[in-house]
Design a protein around this ligand. Structure first.
Ligand code: H79
Length: 685
């Protein structure tokens, strides 16, 4: 058979889309901790309408949840006078809290602008007796205080007459008129207030063209302004988790968690039960540690009242956090994420140069011991008093007294090593076949809008031991054929095209038995929700069909397959806006389909174990009123093999291999490489 040996070309790395400079990324990532300020007409109502506390929804959205008639809500502007809103004292509070930037709600969903604008009279300067521009005041106060200044900007607008009507989900389509209105306001915001460190777009559901246009507009006017994930369609500089959510992994791209003091509201709520500020501060310090240890930025909100006063409880919480940062901020600022690939019960870590910082933010380890696996590192010094340190080969063992955890303060231990600490290798793969299933995924967050935003897999990394490495095979399906990938072996990146190499049939083993197909649903939710075990399965007669389905709803298919041995089988899956496949409870593939794609069929390889296997498929619908599905064994199960010969033999035992799409349209989009496998050839000695 003809041998396909491919010459490998060295890749010159360059970004697929013109993006913000590296310096802007670094500066933004160095913020670590920032202040969000939710302030607007809603602050005046403080979560109360006509004497009744509005318990539904967030208080900044009281107009929707009370509901408040539009004319009555807008009339609030005529006597809104936040005389106590003092931008300098807010900036001073941010500084005391150890925050590095302030992000103010320039315009929230209600459409009321805190800035003077020519686009509408519905702004604090022109509609209210105070005639102020709080964007200007805050931008200037931040400048004076040496803080970065950023703007929150809602992409939906309940005032603008030509926008989509108010909905229950806020992820509304943006009309062409509204898009123009947004552009006009952004031009003012980016021209009139000096440097804007980030534009925190929120909600709405842009088309890819709308997201692209706004992204480019921002960067044309202020190249260093970082754009938030909620602009959608993977057009953003930093990922944003859902409100008050935290990722469980270090991401490959800059990211942020935005959090409110209480999950229930961002805007001022007069009747909020606040209780203990020390406990709240500790909760938020833990959150900040969690975020920093995963390499993110933490944006913590305050909601001043209608007069513009900061709520004393919120002030106290921030000052408490500031005190903690005064003592232990060195372990947060300038830090890099934890070098470990796992989360621990005892707490977590960050690193900076040769120093490792351990945060005792979890629960006291049963035997008082913290064990760190750090091959190749020598501990030079552990900071005295609080713990005893010992090194046994690759293991570092700390003995920590219970008192270190009982203290009201969360303590940090510093360990000095002989050299700069790098991310430790991902778990070692012992198999000679590298696949999505034994890889460590490289993650980002990808999404069209708020409800589709999910943890994506942008690449895979493997570590393995092999003394001599010269040849490997890439094995893939028709699904990946034609794609261009970057394969990094140790420190060298090769750009390869997955062309149709050697085809090979992939027939299921005799004795593989397919059960009936079952369906469950519909169920509302975000695409990021973790798969739950469904119970009320209903048999479906057809392997392909169409079901009525509302936006934001998912259906699940369930298939049991009996396998005589462990094997991989190829199946065909058809779904609409998004799809996730789990085998025996483990997610093996998850991605959104191109924008508003109503049906997409793909080949997927599934790893089965010996005996009975349960395959569940989530069919996610964001936009349509029906959902077309397909699930069956692949009709032509063919895989392709491409032989790769390295320019020279690699010696040394331990290797790292990374695979990513070449020049992806967005650094956040899923790699869609879950079928790909890499077989390492043994070299005959
Ligand atoms: O400005 C804050 C929120 O008003 C805004 N984002 C943060 C930063 C936001 N607007 N819409 N959403 C977030 C989507 C959230 C929807 C839900 Fe809910 C949160 C659904 C359930 C909880 C809204 C609030 C509906 C019920 C409570």
């Amino acid at each position: 058979m003809k041998q396909f040996v491919f010459l490998l070309c060295l890749l010159l790395a360059h970004a697929a889309q013109a993006q913000t400079s590296d310096a802007a990324f670094r500066q933004w990532q160095d913020n670590k901790f920032s202040m969000f300020v939710h302030f607007g007409l809603y602050s005046e109502l403080g979560g109360v309408w006509k004497g009744r506390p509005v318990t539904e929804g967030y208080s900044e959205q009281i107009m929707a949840f009370a509901p408040v008639p539009k004319s009555e809500y807008e009339a609030l502007a005529t006597h809104f006078n936040p005389a106590h809103f003092n931008a300098d004292s807010i900036a001073a509070l941010a500084k005391r809290a150890g925050m590095r930037s302030v992000i103010l709600t320039g315009k929230h969903h209600d459409g009321f602008c805190l800035f003077r604008t020519k686009t509408t009279g519905y702004n604090l300067h022109d509609a209210s007796p105070c005639k102020r521009d709080l964007v200007k005041e805050t931008a200037e106060a931040c400048k004076r205080a040496g803080l970065n200044f950023g703007l929150y900007f809602s992409l939906i607008d309940w005032h603008y007459p030509y926008a989509s009507p108010m909905s229950s989900h806020n992820a509304d389509f943006i009309t062409p008129e509204h898009h123009e209105y947004t552009k006009a306001q952004l031009k003012e915001l980016l021209a009139n207030y000096g440097p804007v460190s980030e534009l925190w777009f929120d909600m709405g559901s842009n088309t890819p063209e709308q997201s692209k246009e706004l992204y480019e507009l921002v960067h044309r006017l202020q190249p260093s302004c970082m754009v938030s994930g909620r602009l959608g369609n993977d057009r953003y500089d930093f990922c944003v988790m859902e409100d008050n959510r935290y990722p469980d992994a270090t991401l490959q791209t800059p990211w942020q968690t935005c959090a409110s003091m209480f999950d229930e509201t961002w805007g001022y709520r007069s009747w909020q039960e606040r209780k203990d500020a020390d406990g709240k501060a500790k909760e938020k310090i833990r959150a900040l540690i969690n975020v920093a240890s995963h390499g993110g930025n933490y944006l913590l909100n305050i909601g001043p009242n209608g007069q513009g006063n900061v709520v004393p409880f919120e002030r106290e919480v921030l000052e408490n956090i500031g005190k903690w940062l005064g003592r232990y901020g060195y372990a947060i600022y300038g830090s890099k994420p934890s070098p470990f690939n796992e989360d621990f019960n005892w707490g977590t870590a960050t690193r900076n140069g040769k120093q490792l910082y351990l945060f005792l933010s979890g629960s006291y380890p049963k035997d008082g011991k913290i064990t760190l696996h750090m091959p190749g590192y020598t501990l030079e010094k552990g900071d005295g008093k609080m713990a005893a340190y010992l090194q046994y080969g690759d293991e570092i063992v700390l003995t920590v007294p219970a008192s270190a955890y009982k203290d009201s303060l969360i303590h940090v231990l510093t360990l000095d090593f002989d050299k700069e600490i790098m991310p430790l290798p991902a778990k070692e793969t012992r198999s000679a076949v590298l696949s999505a299933h034994n890889a460590t995924p490289l993650c980002s967050y990808s999404g069209i809008d708020y409800y589709t935003n999910y943890k994506s897999t942008v690449g895979y990394v493997w570590n393995f031991n092999q003394i001599l490495l010269k040849q490997l095979d890439l094995i893939y399906t028709l699904q990946e054929a034609g794609r261009s990938v970057d394969l990094t072996i140790d420190d060298t990146t090769y750009n390869l095209t997955l062309d149709e190499g050697k085809p090979q049939k992939m027939t299921p083993l005799p004795g593989t038995e397919w059960g009936e197909l079952y369906l469950y649903g519909p169920e509302k939710g975000s695409f990021n929700d973790s798969p739950k075990e469904k119970k009320e399965w209903k048999k479906v007669a057809e392997r392909n069909g169409t079901i009525a389905c509302k936006p934001f709803e998912s259906y699940w298919l369930m298939q049991e397959v009996e396998s005589p041995r462990a094997q991989r089988i190829m199946v065909e899956i058809g779904a609409g806006n998004g799809v996730e496949v789990c085998v025996n409870g483990k997610s093996v593939m998850k991605h959104l389909n191109p924008y508003r794609c109503t049906f997409r069929k793909e080949q997927v390889i599934l790893p089965l174990k010996k005996g009975s296997n349960r395959i569940t498929i989530r069919l996610y619908n964001r936009f349509e009123d029906r959902l077309q599905y397909l699930f069956r064994p692949a009709e032509t199960p063919v895989i392709y093999r491409k032989e790769v010969t390295l320019p020279e033999m690699l010696n040394g035992k331990s290797h790292t291999v990374t695979i990513r799409p070449h020049n992806p349209v967005s650094p956040h989009a899923d790699a869609e490489l879950s079928n790909l496998r890499i077989r390492l050839r043994r070299i005959a000695m």
